[in-house]
Design a binder for this molecule. Structure first.
Ligand code: ATP
Ligand code: MG
Length: 434
């Protein structure tokens, strides 16, 4: 058997403990923030029938054409796909379980998504999203709320310099009218289009609008505007959306070429973009998808939602110097001597009964080497237990951070002392939030 060390799949990352603690602190903020807006969690499988994504996202999209991890179930031949995004699954689940029968739903989820892209900074093959979906709401009040709530999240995370771009895609009649004009226009400039754009010209010309190729963008700059084909209802919706943003004091720019990479959007679309992450600058994107519920087999229901890239948000926090600190361990238990072992383990359980975070040294070693480990652990206190302490039924409590005298305390008193120190240092340290 080969002993070459095995590596993770390219573009799929391990999140090691220092970083994973930041993720957990981030997730705690997310949960609390979403609860604050009445959103409830939902968890869907990571694998779905392939036709779900083809139908929901659209056949002629980056995701369905080339980014999906699809495979055949070896037992029954069913075509399956690792989810590339969450909206299709969330809507599928809502329909399957009849969640919309009596009222609209505000739902959210968080987890890994899979896309076969070229890995680079901010772009991975397994990445993570927080997805937020409001099913059964026609807006534009909820569209506005979605922008207001994301602004609050940026504030909570200490993020600055994220700008908002918005657009409206109208309804399907407007897009059909615009599509015909767009095809005619692009055909006139076909010699300046790249292969992708040429291929999409007749299948999905709207997607040519968000090409990243500079030469194609020049062509796009002169293209007919979808705006001219909007009907009164679409105009009114967009006007109300914009007025709501203005009333909430939110700056935005209208980007007529913002079309989003998935077919299911209509009316409002938006992206929150930063310039601090290079080319991968979109940290949050979404919009309205009023046709999707019906498209995947439900009773027609309007809806909107958005997804945030977790890796990109965490990178942005790091770039801005904001950190979400994990609460440190309260105590590291140093134990030397046979009698100390069992007593120390019992003391640690008693401290945990009191809600404290305690790491007990395992694996033996000298007092000195154990104290080094205690220091390196980041714990606030070392609890030192030798055979003398075990015999006397006390522990030596030594502060490792911020000074103070070592003192000898009965276990219950040590617990009270540590709790007091923990709540003085970080009132929220045990409250689940960083
Ligand atoms: P892009 O144009 O960057 O490919 P997208 O339109 O494909 O983005 P969405 O499907 O809207 O992205 O996903 C929402 C968010 O998820 C993105 O704004 C981004 O923050 C994040 N995201 C998307 N794809 C990746 C990826 N491969 N790696 C890391 N984050 C991603
Ligand atoms: Mg993409």
């Amino acid at each position: 058997m080969s002993r070459t060390p095995l590596q993770a799949v390219r573009g799929m990352n391990d999140v090691l403990p220092d970083e994973a603690e930041r993720w957990e602190a981030f997730e705690a903020v997310i949960r609390d923030w979403l609860a604050g807006y009445g959103y409830r969690p939902i968890r869907m499988p990571l694998v779905e029938p392939t036709p779900l994504f083809k139908r929901a996202i659209g056949e002629v999209t980056d995701i369905v054409e080339k980014e999906m991890y699809s495979f055949e179930d070896a037992l029954n031949g069913e075509q399956l796909t690792l989810r590339p995004e969450g909206t299709a699954s969330c809507v599928r689940a809502a329909i399957q379980h009849n969640l919309l029968y009596d009222s609209p739903r505000r739902l959210w989820y968080m987890g890994p998504m899979f896309r076969h892209e070229r890995p680079q900074k901010g772009r991975y093959r397994q990445f993570h999203q927080v997805g937020v979906e409001a099913l059964g709401y026609a807006g534009p009040d909820i569209d506005i709320e979605m922008i207001v709530m994301t602004r609050r999240l940026w504030q909570r995370l200490g993020l600055t310099g994220i700008r908002l771009e918005i657009n409206t895609l109208g309804d399907s009649a407007a897009r059909a009218a615009h599509r015909a004009k767009l095809i005619a226009y692009l055909e006139q400039h076909i010699d300046r289009l790249d292969d992708d754009a040429k291929r999409r010209l007749h299948t999905n010309p709207l997607r040519v609008l968000d090409s990243k190729n500079p030469q194609v963008r020049e062509v796009v700059a002169g293209a007919p505007r979808l705006e001219d084909d909007l009907d009164d209802a679409a105009r009114a919706h967009f006007a109300a959306f914009r007025a709501g943003l203005e009333a909430a004091g939110i700056d935005y720019t209208v980007n007529p070429n913002l079309v989003r990479g998935l077919d299911y959007y209509n009316y409002t679309v938006f992206e929150w973009i930063t310039d601090q992450l290079g080319a991968q600058g979109t940290v949050c994107a979404g919009g309205r998808y009023d046709g999707l519920v019906e498209q995947i087999g439900g009773k027609p229901a309007p809806a909107c939602g958005y997804a945030m890239g977790v890796e990109r948000l965490l990178a942005l926090m790091e770039a801005g110097g904001t950190t979400l600190a994990a609460a440190p361990s309260d105590a590291y238990v140093v134990r030397v001597g046979d009698a100390a072992e069992g007593f120390a383990a019992r003391v640690a359980e008693l401290l945990r009964d009191a809600g404290l975070r305690v790491t007990v040294h395992c694996g033996g070693g000298s007092f000195k080497s154990q104290m080094k480990k205690a220091d390196a652990s980041g714990a606030r206190f070392a609890l030192i237990i030798g055979d003398d302490e075990a015999a006397a039924g006390v522990v030596a409590v030594k502060p490792l951070r911020g000074g103070g005298e070592q003192q000898s305390l009965a276990p219950a008193d040590a617990a009270a002392h540590l709790r007091a120190a923990a709540s003085a240092a970080a009132p929220l340290a045990h409250g689940g939030q960083s």
